[in-house]
Design a protein around this ligand. Structure first.
Ligand SMILES: Cc1cc2nc3c(=O)[nH]c(=O)nc-3n(C[C@H](O)[C@H](O)[C@H](O)COP(=O)(O)OP(=O)(O)OC[C@H]3O[C@@H](n4cnc5c(N)ncnc54)[C@H](O)[C@@H]3O)c2cc1C
Length: 384
């Protein structure tokens, strides 16, 4: 097949676009090839989000939590989120259904075990690139590959984490309550919190997350993870069913608008992640829907849209405060979850905040740590 479109990388963004295209009727689906370096998909992550009304792919959700908590400095804020439960899609459910949808479409081919080796070069009306399976060409490219190893300075902060999905020998968890942020004291400028997603009384994902200026490999988390396991399981025997590790950018400059509209970058390092949280799954779904529609209408692919100015400004200020005064983070997040109405907060966290939601968040944070932090961040001579 000589495709119209090459999708580089068949992870969350690449598969999301391909599965959307697979639903475009007949002639409207461009001939597409997805090049993915993995030989096979694995159970390598869970995707969580708030199931607010705009959330997509909710039929793949395997667990919902009607309540979550945030804890810091010995205080716990319980959040009733029955109206917009915190929801989880395990990656095998998404990968499996996406591969099956693509497999039913003759216009889309998913090639596993093929790595892109060179940057695309345009000659005439086509892009050309080298892969481990030879030269590939197409009129349009959507590039979802990560740009390279994450480096200090490329994002305002990096969110690094390690998680173990464990099975306890005895019931110990409360499956209707997720701990989304349980802060440890800030040390050495690193913000550390524990994340607990119980799936049943004896099975849960336990994650240790660090927000810091530098990205962190999995080795750094060993001691805190041991402490977390000991504290949570209180001596019960357990087995680790699988583990995951991630490094997500928080506040990474979005690439400039593409010079040539037939080549766009997408995914978590190219505007797919919400700067202030690193959450990306639902943003990627919204982008995939719009991008697939443009392609099916015969238009070039779309990059991730820029966030509206008020959201960008809030996220940028929030990240600057966290970066300049990390010791404020536990109190800051706790205040946010204690003081702001949960529906408003969830809409804001899910990119759908109204001007009234913004106002509620600002007035919930002021006066308090945010005002002190914002003043200090804005008057500091340190670079952002
Ligand atoms: C462990 C983990 C947990 C996460 N949990 C959440 C969550 O709960 N909620 C949320 O909103 N977000 C979460 N995220 C963030 C985000 O949703 C995911 O990172 C998501 O997978 C990003 O999609 P992507 O397509 O940008 O990157 P990926 O899914 O990583 O896809 C990139 C693909 O490109 C392929 N590739 C790389 N180089 C090449 C090459 N040279 N040639 C061909 N293919 C190549 C890779 O193999 C990969 O499949 C999590 C991330 C991780 C890592």
């Amino acid at each position: 097949m000589r495709p119209d479109l090459l999708i580089l990388g068949g992870g969350c963004a690449g598969l999301s676009l391909a599965r959307r295209l697979s639903s475009a009727p007949g002639q409207r689906c461009p001939e597409t090839v997805v090049l993915e370096s993995r030989q096979a998909y694995a159970d390598d992550r869970t995707w969580c989000f708030w199931s607010e009304p705009g959330a997509q792919l909710t039929h793949l959700v395997r667990h919902r939590w009607p309540g979550v908590y945030v804890a810091a400095n010995g205080i716990v804020a319980n959040v009733d989120c029955r109206a917009f439960p915190y929801a989880m899609i395990p990656s095998p459910a998404f990968y499996g259904e996406s591969v099956s949808m693509i497999g039913k479409t003759t216009q889309i081919q998913l090639e596993l075990g093929v790595s892109v080796l060179s940057e695309p070069i345009k000659a005439g009306k086509e892009w050309h690139l080298e892969t481990t399976a030879g030269t590939r060409s197409a009129r349009m490219i959507v590039d979802t590959r990560p740009p390279g190893p994450p480096l200090r300075g490329e994002a305002l902060l990096w969110q690094s984490f390690v998680g173990h999905e464990i099975e306890s020998a005895e019931p110990v968890f409360q499956p209707d309550l997720a701990g989304i942020m349980d802060f440890a004291p800030v040390r050495g400028g690193r913000i550390l919190f524990f994340y607990l997603l119980p799936f049943s009384a004896d099975r849960a994902l336990l994650e240790v997350t660090i927000l810091a200026e530098e990205p962190l490999g999995p080795g750094v988390f060993h001691d805190e993870m041991q402490q977390f396991l000991t504290r949570t399981l209180r001596g019960r025997a357990y087995t680790i069913r699988r583990s995951e590790h991630g490094i997500l950018p928080m506040g990474m400059p979005q690439p400039p608008a593409p010079a040539d509209p037939t080549y766009v970058k997408a995914g978590v390092f190219s505007g797919g992640a919400r700067p202030s949280s690193g959450y990306a799954f639902q943003r990627i779904q919204r982008w995939a829907k719009d991008c697939a529609k443009a392609l099916a209408d015969g238009l070039p692919p779309l990059p991730h849209p820029r966030d509206p100015l008020p959201l960008r400004a809030m996220d940028a200020l929030f990240l600057r405060v966290l970066r300049h005064q990390p010791e404020l983070a536990p109190e800051l997040f706790l205040t946010l979850f204690q003081k702001v109405d949960s529906a408003r907060l969830i809409r804001f966290l899910s990119d759908g905040g109204t001007p009234l939601d913004f106002a509620a968040i600002i007035s919930g944070l002021l006066p308090g740590p945010f005002l002190r932090g914002a003043f200090s961040a804005l008057t500091s001579s340190r670079p952002p």
